[in-house]
Design a protein around this ligand. Structure first.
Ligand code: NDP
Length: 280
């Protein structure tokens, strides 16, 4: 049987663990999937993705910096991709490409299923209003926390994102507001760091007063870059979690969109974690 072709497109893309994750999903489910990496020139995303589809590709994941452009190339998109203004998944349907954004649902599944923390009724602080923050805000609201505060270094960006999600928040019964990093408030049961602070070697973009006793603190980064945040959260008495679970869960959702089959994520997450620990 010839395998159906998928790939992750980005620039850079060599670091992406998506091929390893999707190979594990294919082995586990018996789906005939071949998944590779495609480095696109910074001014050549559209040409690269069209070439891949014309050569028989069935769909792709899209990573930095092309997630915004990916959404514009699709004929149809999910509500969560529309709200995010960006897509990380394309499916090349014959009657027009379909775009989705699986980052947010990946995060929500990791928090609720893998970490065992239901979001309904909780107070959530989301830090970061860049591409990652925009991608996870809609699905976090759909999980119906009591309140969600979006804090960002540039408060105007947080305000714009909050304005775009106001009706969605209201439809899900969530109090949604914007804040600066120093004015986020205190006593949150869940903190999600979707800012790039860990990439810059900083422990946390906010002070420990934001955390309620026994809070869950999640950084979207993983590997060595997440270590200072995890240490900071642990020292503040929080339960600390990196972004590896979200990475595997968003991949599983993409796999489901393409194949209609939902892989088991736990063994794949365990394998990746063991690989990272061995490399450290
Ligand atoms: P962007 O460049 O789009 O946005 C960066 C955001 O971080 C902005 O909100 C910016 O604030 C803020 N920021 C940057 N530096 C600091 C700092 N020192 N202190 C506080 N805030 C800061 O990046 P992305 O949103 O795409 O990515 C953010 C992080 O999420 C990255 O670390 C990325 O690796 C990770 N990620 C993980 C995923 C996973 O599957 N685990 C998926 C997607 C992303 P301002 O607006 O003021 O500039």
């Amino acid at each position: 049987m010839t395998a159906d072709r998928y790939a992750v497109l980005g620039n850079p893309v060599a670091h992406s663990r998506s091929p390893v994750i999707h190979a594990a999903f294919a082995r586990q489910t018996g789906e005939a999937v071949a998944y590779g990496r495609l480095l696109c020139p910074l001014d050549g995303f559209e040409a690269s993705v069209r070439e891949f589809a014309a050569a028989g590709g069935r769909g792709c994941n899209v990573t930095l910096p092309f997630k915004f452009e990916a959404l514009r190339l699709a004929a149809r998109c999910s509500e969560r991709a529309r709200l995010a203004g960006a897509a990380n998944t394309l499916r090349f349907d014959a009657d027009g490409w379909f775009a989705d954004n699986t980052d947010g649902i990946g995060l929500v599944r990791d928090i609720e299923h893998n970490a065992g923390v239901p979001l309904a009724g909780r107070r959530v602080l989301l830090v970061g209003a860049g591409g990652a923050g925009a991608g996870v805000l809609g699905p976090l609201l759909a999980a119906r926390p009591a309140e969600l505060v979006l804090a960002n270094r540039s408060a105007d960006k947080a305000q714009a994102l909050v304005a775009r999600h106001a009706a969605w928040a209201q439809a899900h019964g969530v109090r949604l507001s914007a804040a600066g990093l120093a004015t986020a408030g205190t006593g949150f049961e869940v903190l999600v760091n979707a800012s790039a602070s860990s990439l810059q070697g900083q422990a946390s973009p906010v002070g420990a007063e934001v955390l309620a006793a026994g809070a869950l603190a999640v950084d979207l980064m993983y590997g060595a870059a997440a270590a200072p945040f995890l240490a900071w959260a642990g020292a503040a008495g929080a339960s600390a979690r990196d972004g590896l679970g979200m990475l595997v869960e968003q991949a599983a959702e993409s796999f489901f969109i393409w194949r209609g089959v939902r892989p088991h994520t736990a063994p794949v997450l365990q394998e990746l974690r063991a690989g990272l620990a061995a490399a450290a």
